[in-house]
Design a protein around this ligand. Structure first.
Ligand code: B12
Length: 451
């Protein structure tokens, strides 16, 4: 039997080529599942790695003549307070695809697509059908029945001129995780392109059981932590190192240290097998102990990325973080003692911002710097506005206080940024960066002054 040819395209994920790149683990995972069926032969094109993404895309379509096309939309926008929309290159890409292959069915998926599946299907008739959320359980049934897609979780398609979405369940069994076949897209070119971010991701779990007020992770991957076996995670890391020379990885988990027992077991196994890699991930603050922080460091953690988000107790409560400022400061002390780069992500101009919360926020910044100053272990404090995402508590709040209306189009970047404290983020940038510069090199120290 002749195999059907499938070309999977990673859509443009970045605002410019200078941005740190990420190996597209989502589309490679998808390709691996498809390739496991004898009926299909897959190839992948990541537009982000091309100097001429549109030109190369057309050439690939013309030369490969695929029977089916797929496109992965990972990012809608670059976040970080920027208003650029990655829907622009996405729309251009869809038009070029349609011109090059007008009769070839086109599937869509990926995190960006999954946040607005119906909207994107309705705006872009070039898309035949797609998958919202995880694709492990439904991609082969979809491919096998493209003419009449089955009504199974995650599938979105057009039926009698209408869009039909069967909601995703986010319950793929991570105990049966099949490791993406990275031979389908060589990871090695990605190792040289970044300065900071580990370009290669490894999944230790999916899902998030926390419901932070602004966050869409539970919508994307479901509300339960679904963990892989720690030994299997380490097997994958060992394989990546041996096969491709990968020595730095990022755990893609929503929270890498929850449940702590899983991360502890991964780290112990990394040490037992003397794997010797560098890794990072996003940690939750209230789960650190001096012992586990030392274990993480010894096993290769090179950066503690924290997202406490709230600079004061009121903000932590508004954002449904279930954290106390005391947890954050206690953790700062533990991590400062370890001395590894720690990056704190915070949100500013949070609902309920007032002179009192600004004062409390400055106190928090002072305290964080005071704790880390001795070990010079703050990478930076990232200060962002809240990007309002659909179906979050912040969306409801913003609707209630009139910051947005039901007509506000959240597909494009919309930030919670009411006028009263619109310039606060600049003020807090100055406030924290002065302390950051002084931490490294106090320019006035010789004059007996501190910034
Ligand atoms: C880990 C992560 C990172 C890491 C990546 C590290 C690494 N080396 O891999 C870091 C921290 C570096 C990062 C950076 C960024 N990220 Co990020 N990231 C994530 C996170 C938490 C997980 C992504 C992941 O790897 N998932 C695992 C894979 C296997 O799942 P998946 O990609 O969803 O793929 C599955 C399905 O979607 C589907 N699928 C995928 N493609 C396709 C295609 C088709 C045709 C089909 C049918 C199905 C399908 O099948 C796959 C298997 O089930 C998500 C949030 C989340 N929970 O999803 C945010 C997320 C994707 N990131 C986001 C963003 C915006 C960014 C940045 C722009 C942020 C910034 N300013 O730095 C950068 C961009 C980096 C880049 N060059 O693309 C946003 C995107 C939404 C948006 N607003 O645009 C998300 C959703 C987080 C959020 N804040 O909402 N990120």
């Amino acid at each position: 039997m002749k195999k059907k040819k499938i070309l999977l395209i990673q859509a443009i994920s970045m605002e410019g080529m200078a941005i740190e790149r990420v190996y597209p683990i989502g589309i490679v995972t998808l390709a691996s599942i498809i390739n496991s069926s004898a009926q299909y032969a897959v190839s992948i094109f990541d537009m982000n790695m091309s100097d001429n993404p549109y030109g190369e895309l057309i050439t690939r379509i013309k030369t490969q003549q695929p029977d089916i096309l797929g496109i992965s939309l990972r990012n809608l926008d670059p976040l970080g307070n920027r208003t650029t929309s990655l829907m622009v290159p996405f729309a251009i890409t869809l038009d070029f695809i349609k011109q090059a292959a007008p009769d070839t069915p086109l599937l869509a998926g990926g995190t960006g697509f999954s946040l607005f599946p119906e909207r994107i299907m309705s705006d872009y008739p070039q898309i035949t059908c797609g998958i919202a959320g995880e694709a492990e359980n439904n991609i082969l049934p979809l491919l096998d029945h493209l003419e009449a897609p089955p009504e199974i979780p995650g599938i979105i398609c057009r039926v009698d001129g209408r869009i039909r979405l069967t909601p995703p369940t986010g319950d793929y069994d991570m105990g049966r995780y099949s490791v993406p076949d990275r031979d389908l897209l060589d990871p090695r070119p990605y190792l040289a392109v970044n300065h900071y971010v580990e370009s290669i991701g490894v999944e230790a779990k999916r899902g998030c059981c926390y419901h932070c007020g602004y966050c869409s992770y539970p919508l994307l991957q479901g509300p339960c932590m679904r963990c892989r076996d720690p030994k299997a995670v380490v097997d994958e890391i060992v394989f990546l190192k041996k096969t491709y020379g990968i020595s730095r990885i990022h755990f893609t988990d929503s929270i890498v240290n929850y449940p702590s027992a899983q991360l502890d077991a991964i780290c112990e196994e990394l040490l037992r097998r003397n794997v010797n890699i560098k890794w990072s991930g996003f940690f939750r603050e209230d789960l650190f102990t001096p012992e586990n922080a030392r274990l993480y460091a010894r096993s290769g953690c090179e950066c503690f990325s924290l997202s406490p988000d709230g600079l004061c107790q009121q903000h932590l409560d508004t954002l449904h973080k279930h954290l106390k400022t005391g947890d954050i400061l206690r953790t700062a002390g533990i991590l400062s003692d370890i001395g590894i780069t720690t990056v704190y992500h915070y949100l500013v101009n949070v609902p309920g911002e007032s002179e009192a919360t600004v004062a409390a926020s400055k106190e928090m910044i002072d305290a964080i710097y005071r704790i880390h100053r001795g070990s010079k272990s703050i990478g930076t404090l990232v200060l962002n506005l809240i990007r309002i995402m659909p179906r979050t508590a912040i969306e409801k709040l913003a609707l209630a206080d009139g910051t947005i209306s039901p007509q506000t189009d959240l597909l494009y970047p919309v930030f919670y940024d009411p006028p009263a404290f619109r310039t606060l983020r600049y003020e807090l940038e100055v406030y924290h960066q002065k302390q950051n510069i002084a931490m490294w090199n106090n320019p006035l120290a010789g004059e007996g002054k501190v910034l």
